[in-house]
Design a protein around this ligand. Sequence first.
Ligand code: ZN
Length: 486
Amino acid sequence: VRRSAIAILLLAALGGAALFSTRALWAADTDFAIHFEGSVLPLKSKSVNRVIYLPLVEIAQHLSQPYTDDFRLETFTIGAQNARLVTTRNSALISVNGQVVLLQNPVRRDDSQWFVPVDFLSQGMSRITGIEFRYRAGASRVFAGNVSPTELSLSAQAVSGATRLTLRAGSPVQVEIQRDATQRTVILLRGRPIDPLRERLDYKDRLVESVAFDDSDGIPKVLVATTPEAKEVRITAGDESRVYFVDFTREVAATEAAPPPPPPDIGAGAGAGARRIRLAVIDAGHGGDDAGVSDSGTLEKEWTLAVARKLRSALQNRLGATVLLTRDADEALTSEARAGLANRNQADLFISLHAGYSANENDAVSSIYVIQDGFGSALNPDVEPRDRLFLPWYLAHRNSRPHSEQLATLLQDQMGKSLPEWKFAIRTGPIAVLASTMMPAIAIEFGNLNNPANAQSLTDEAFQTQLAAAIAAAAERFAMEQGTIR
Ligand SMILES: [Zn+2]
């Protein structure tokens, strides 16, 4: 008790030294929410010089904390004897259980209302309540305690006669669409708290005016303002409810076949031709129980991982790209999991690595695989031509196929230059790992492990590094030339 009393005096004394202007301009109220387990506390935040402030009394009340507002001393005290937090008007210093903590910004009292900066929650409240508060700078929400939100990214692109909004969540979410008469579409995201990577999309076209995330009333949703030209909204789910395509179309019922849309434009906003490879996913084929092909002591699953690691370095160095491996250990993965990693991370490029094996040990042909044209049509004969905009998950790769072919051609050419003694053929096939990828994707099968000469080269570290460098060079050419297709 005595220590707190001293702290109050200290704060009162330091209050003068740490005084900030009280004449700062308050910005208008903005919706803000603190997400607790089982409850959401909606607040009206204010901002001063771009610093977000939250009303203190509501927070103390929601957490059932006793408080004393001493108007004369200009202090606000929260908690009881063993867990006491004292704040002083216009001071960034607060006392937490007798210890002085410096906030990044001063606590304010506007008229008779107390406002605290967001770091007051983690620096002050968490120490007296034991609740952890997590905040992403610039966001208008805080997650508290055991609440584990799922990340959400949004992107939009114009396709022929339509605008496609793509929602990608880190874990499955349920989506419901509500449309009102005022050219506004509300996409409700149900099931769990959402942590959007961006509050709004910087996007506008003939059909879509604005796209913004909102959860100020506790219910996460994406608000899309459309123009009168947008007549219909359709939604398609994928990746086990982690990806949703929301398509705004001009006509209610198109009688003509809509041309297939271009590949998802991950670099929305980048100028044509300027698209870079920001993130690449390398798939080391096989793994775990599935060893792939093998000969003379070399297992395909080990070989693919070794080359994948070298290719990772090559792409990082050459393109400055972020590179993810579908596996960085000896583990079994489904094709869906491999493609899913690339899709969830919005990869710009997917390369699956394999080593070959042939009945004829003299064979020495390597292959670059692109998904076969029309893959999946046989699985779902009900897909009407006019529904081609709305693709089921297993057809996701269709849109990227032209770019995959371009990538394969460039790689073949580059291999001819870098490794003239090796022959690469471009083939198509129903390659499962490629079918669900939503970006340019190829599988490469190198040589034949049962060809002694091939095996000797393939297992040579220097050769592996050379291979990786050649693929990275092809990827760079692809990044530069890609804008020419469309
Ligand atoms: Zn293989």
